[in-house]
Design a protein around this ligand. Structure first.
Ligand code: HEM
Length: 214
């Protein structure tokens, strides 16, 4: 599918993604200085960065199914960019908590990780996202081809990050669970799609597997 219209979409999609994924950060910085993000701006920043981290994580997981369904392989090239934006919001989210809630006291951080389950789960998610961001450059991917852990296997941990971040969100929510449950449903659909394609691949590789049992 290399029509001129398609080519135009390809050229526009990257700048459009940069603008839309960076917009929440601009909104927060502007709101912080203009005093338009509520009476507790730090709380707002924690919430908004957490929400966007999770939304962008789900967007990164939706790229492969979207590329397969629309037969647009080039979309896969956008996965790293979207994944790095997710990490960017996770870093902001974690830094705000570290600076404003804990005053950079790493002893308190260890205590919180050990004693508050939603922080434990959030921290685990953050560790996974950090690992994925560090190993995302193409050079590292090529180098990992010779190691025990293959790059693809490591990057499948993004699904664990998705599950953990939703658990983290559900743990925090006290009144209305609708938003985290919508994210859980989206994640379940994306996971279901991946499991189905993996199952189909295995069956394609063993076309006569059932014949053994007949
Ligand atoms: C060390 C890692 C993390 C820490 C310490 C942390 C801490 C927090 C805190 C303190 C809150 C606000 C809780 C409240 O309002 O009572 C929060 C909310 C949230 N966090 Fe995290 N978090 C971490 C990692 C993450 C990651 C990696 C994600 C997703 C990518 C995430 C997504 C969220 C979401 C979606 C919310 C709820 C936002 C809302 O209330 O609308 N968190 N987190």
């Amino acid at each position: 599918m290399k029509s001129p219209g398609n080519q135009k979409i390809r050229q526009l999609i990257k700048p459009a993604l940069h603008i839309s994924l960076f917009f929440p950060a601009v909104y927060l910085v502007y709101g912080f200085f203009a005093g338009t993000i509520g009476i507790n701006p730090i709380e707002t920043i924690t919430h908004v960065t957490g929400q966007w981290g999770l939304r962008i994580l789900l967007l990164s997981l939706a790229i492969t199914p979207l590329a397969r369904i629309t037969r647009s392989g080039w979309l896969i090239q956008l996965r790293r960019l979207v994944g790095l934006y997710c990490f960017f919001y996770a870093v902001l989210h974690f830094s705000i908590y570290l600076v404003f809630d804990l005053s950079l006291d790493f002893g308190f951080l260890v205590e919180d990780i050990l004693e508050r389950p939603y922080i434990t789960v959030g921290f685990l998610t953050f560790v996974i996202l950090t690992l994925l961001a560090i190993t995302s450059p193409i050079r590292i991917r090529q180098r990992m081809a010779h190691t025990m852990i293959t790059w693809n296997r490591l990057h499948q941990m993004v699904y664990a990050a998705g599950i953990l971040s939703i658990v983290h969100f559900l743990w925090i929510t006290r009144v209305d669970d609708t938003e985290p449950l919508i994210y859980a449903l989206i994640l379940a659909l994306l996971l279901g799609y991946r499991i189905r394609t993996a199952y189909q691949k295995i069956h394609r590789r063993q076309p006569n597997s059932t014949a053994l049992y007949q």
